[in-house]
Write a protein that binds this ligand. Structure first.
Ligand code: CO
Length: 170
């Protein structure tokens, strides 16, 4: 297992539409191991494949690790099939936006169909932090970022700080 470096905004891979996974092989298993390992190493709640440089439809989520009981969910080819509940506000961050956090409104509850690492069909319903994390990560697979869901003014401020940061580290 390898911890992969994080792709930081405005890296163009973060705006890529990721391709579906077709081969449920050893290479995919290794990639998912790396994705999970990278999630824990970077202390995130969720991580999507393009964030470590692989534009494929896969992501991982763990909302329980903070309580000391890690429970990694690996989602391959995930699709949101239903949303419900009152819109929920949550202060979201993203490992591709170090130091940034903004309030995002999303449906409270979400039902997701996906495949596990063996290709078997799975379904999960999440609300609260899990609901938010699932939507945030699945968005990544279509090149959608949490800054797309905040006001234009706030987005331009975040973009300005991120570009400054990129310039400083170049
Ligand atoms: Co993110």
């Amino acid at each position: 297992m390898t911890v992969k470096p994080m792709k930081i905004y405005p890296d163009p891979i973060l705006r890529t539409t990721c391709v579906g996974v077709e081969a449920f092989d050893e290479k995919l298993a290794q990639f998912l191991d790396d994705l999970g390992e990278s999630l824990y190493a970077h202390e995130g709640v969720g991580l999507a494949a393009p964030q470590i440089g692989e534009p494929i439809r896969a992501c991982v989520v763990d909302v329980e690790q903070r309580e000391g009981t890690p429970k990694l969910i690996e989602l391959v080819n995930p699709v949101v099939v239903e949303t419900s509940g009152e819109p929920r506000e949550y202060e979201e961050g993203c490992l591709s936006f170090p130091g940034e956090a903004e309030t995002v409104v999303r449906p409270a509850k979400v039902k997701v169909r996906y495949q596990d690492r063996c290709g078997a069909a799975q379904e999960i319903t999440g609300e609260g932090l899990l609901g938010t994390a699932l939507q945030h990560e699945i968005d990544h697979l279509s090149g959608v970022l949490f800054i797309d869901k905040i006001s234009r003014l706030k987005r331009s401020l975040v973009e300005r700080r991120m570009k400054k940061r990129a310039k400083a580290s170049a």
